[in-house]
Design a protein. Sequence first.
Length: 141
Amino acid sequence: MYCPKCGQENRNNEYYCLRCGTILGSPQNYPGNQEPFDQGYPLPTPPEVAAAESGAVASLVMGIISIVTSFLVVGVILGALAISKGRSARRVLNGTFQNFYVALAGVITGSIGLALSIFWTIYWLIIGLVIGFFATSPAWY
């Protein structure tokens, strides 16, 4: 399905254009207008949903990179960012929009990366203290 406003090609099950946020199809088909979804709080606008979905993907990417770089300070930073971005995306997507579970995966991978970074930091601190202790001990001269 193509967006009538910007011409962006979108999947057939999309309710809004991923580029400009224009609602595709009739407003009655928008997920926020369905009865089970109405939970008494304001519904996110299509641009908010588009931003949250891109934030969900960014969260997953940052989470994966934080696992790979967990032995560096970058792993701590990216892990924390992945958790934060994923949680805010999940709040907007609320389980009814695409990429809700991608945001959840971003939170999980960010948590794993952050935990691994903390583990490696403690590990290297202990190794440094042990080596420093034995290097300065008189028995090793």
